[in-house]
Design a protein around this ligand. Sequence first.
Ligand SMILES: [Fe+2]
Ligand SMILES: [Fe+2]
Length: 283
Amino acid sequence: MNEQRQRLEQCKVRFDFADTPLHWVPGEAEASHIMNTLHILLPAGEFWFCRVYNRALPLVTDEHLREDVRGFIKQEAQHARAHDSALTPYLVRHGIDPKSFTKRLDWLFEKALCDYPLGENQPSRLLQNWWLRQRVGLIAAVEHFTCVLGDWIISTRSLDAADPVMLDLLRWHGAEEVEHRCVAHDLHVHLGGSILMRWLYMLIAADDAPGPDDPLPPGLLKLWYELGKRDVLPAMGGIGRSVLRYFLPGFHPRSEGNIEVALDYLQHSPAAQRAAAAEALRG
Ligand SMILES: [Fe+2]
Ligand SMILES: [Fe+2]
C-alpha cells in the first residue's frame, strides 16, 4: 500500500506556452526535442491508464487502495490534459505537426490495448479479467519509468536555466509521478499479479519503443548517452540500474524517488500555486 498515506489530489494546473521557445533548454536543441515528444506520447498513454484503471476499480477490495486508485486516475487525467494543452498552441505554432505520431498512438491505445482488441465476442468476454490484469501489469512497469524520470527532472539542476513554464509542467508532472509511485505496483499485486508477470511486463515496457514499423531513429541511443552525461537528459546508466532494481524479488516502489523533494515541489510549483489560488477563489 501507499505507506505515506497522503491523499492523492488532482491539481487543476494551467500553462501558457505563448512565450516558450521551441528549444526551451537553452543551447540544447536535441534535449528540448526529445522531451517535447512527451506532449505527443503522454496524453494518449495516460488517458489509456485512466480507462484501464476505471475498469479495475470495481475489483479493488481494499478501501485505501481504492482511494489511491481514484486519486491516481484523477492525477493521470490532469497530466494528459496538461501535455495536450502544449500540443496545438506550442508544437503546432512551432511548425511541428504531431498527427502522424498521434494516429499511431491512437491505434495502439484505442485498438490494440482496448478492452476488446479482438472484438466483443464470447471468448473475449471470458478473458476480460485476465486481459485487465495484463494491462495493469504493463502499467506498473511503465509507472516505474515515470517515477524514475520524474525523480530525475525534479532533482537535476542542469535544467534550471530552461524556460520556466515548460520546466514547471515537467517538474509538476514528475513530482506527482513520484508522489503516486506505489499505486500501480500495489494494484498489480492486489489483483493477483505475480513476480513473473512483473518481470515479463518490464521486459515488454523496456523494449516497447522500437518495432519493425517504428524503429528508434538512428543514433538516438548514442545521442541520449551524450546528453545524459551532461545531465540534460536522465543518464542511461541510471535508467539501466532502475530496471535492474525492478527485477529484485523484494522490490517495492516506496524506495524509489525522493518523496520529500517531490512534495516540496508540489507545494512550490508556480502552476500548482495558481491552481490553489483559483480553487480558493471558487471557495
Ligand atoms: Fe502522469
Ligand atoms: Fe503516473
